[in-house]
Design a binder for this molecule. Structure first.
Ligand SMILES: [Zn+2]
Length: 237
């Protein structure tokens, strides 16, 4: 997040304010190490409070997903390392940071439970137990659906601003679909036929299709680390 604040509208809550910062549309820390150095990491204007709130959610999700990712996968290179580092008090920059890392570590460890205790139908797609074996000694972590919904909506607001220079105003609904539910299969079909594919390095791939005379009205598929897949529909309410 840039410290220099300017005047303008927040892409996310549409607030008109003097406290606008630059927010990374895809969380900055979510880019894998395999991302080309010269690739622009897209940003959008954000009220500093929105920016801070999103950062907290993004960092929490990074830890939860990062702990479930193989450290050697190219499309998520460095993500599991970032998750482990965020929980390491020895890397704290000051007493407050040391305590925050220790507290987070304690919280995450307390929340872990044997994967065999978890109902299989609730596994986040592509984040099930290693080798599909639920009887192994692996541990599971919950991922808050609200966090995924919030960040997915944030990303499509940012992308609509970046790609069409438009805000998704209050007269639009955004619905986020995490599971590969059969009733949202049509999104993939439409995107494969009419969508534009945007590749932001090996870790982030987006497909987008929008209505010709209303670019806010759109469909998205977002694939992060070739693991985390969401489909999103934006339409007039
Ligand atoms: Zn805002």
């Amino acid at each position: 997040m840039s410290k220099k604040k300017k005047k303008g509208f927040c892409t996310y809550c549409l607030k008109d304010t003097n406290n606008i910062t630059d927010d990374h549309i895809f969380p900055r820390k979510w880019y894998p190490k395999s991302t080309p150095k010269n690739m622009e990491k897209w940003q959008a204007p954000a009220y500093y409070k929105c920016n801070n709130n999103f950062s907290k959610i993004e960092n929490d999700l990074l830890i939860r997903f990062g702990l479930c990712i193989d450290p050697n996968e190219i499309k998520s290179l460095g993500i599991s390392d970032k998750a482990l580092r965020a929980l390491d008090p020895k890397l704290g920059k000051n007493p407050k940071d040391i305590k925050a890392r220790a507290d987070k570590r304690k919280k995450i460890l307390q929340e872990m439970f044997p994967v065999s205790k978890f109902p299989e139908e609730n596994f986040f797609p592509n984040f099930g137990p290693n080798n599909g074996n639920i009887n192994n000694s692996n541990h599971a972590l919950l991922v808050p659906v609200d966090s995924i919904t919030t960040i997915s909506k944030k990303i499509v607001r940012g992308l609509t601003y970046k790609l069409s220079n438009k805000y998704i105003t209050k007269d639009y609904d955004i619905s986020v679909h995490i599971n590969n539910e059969p009733d949202v299969k049509f999104i993939d079909d439409i995107l494969n036929k009419f969508g534009v594919k945007l590749i932001r390095g090996p870790g982030i791939i987006v497909k987008r299709a929008c209505v010709e005379n209303d670019s806010a009205c759109s469909l998205f598929s977002i694939r992060i680390w070739e693991r985390y897949f969401v489909n999103i529909i934006v339409n007039k309410s």
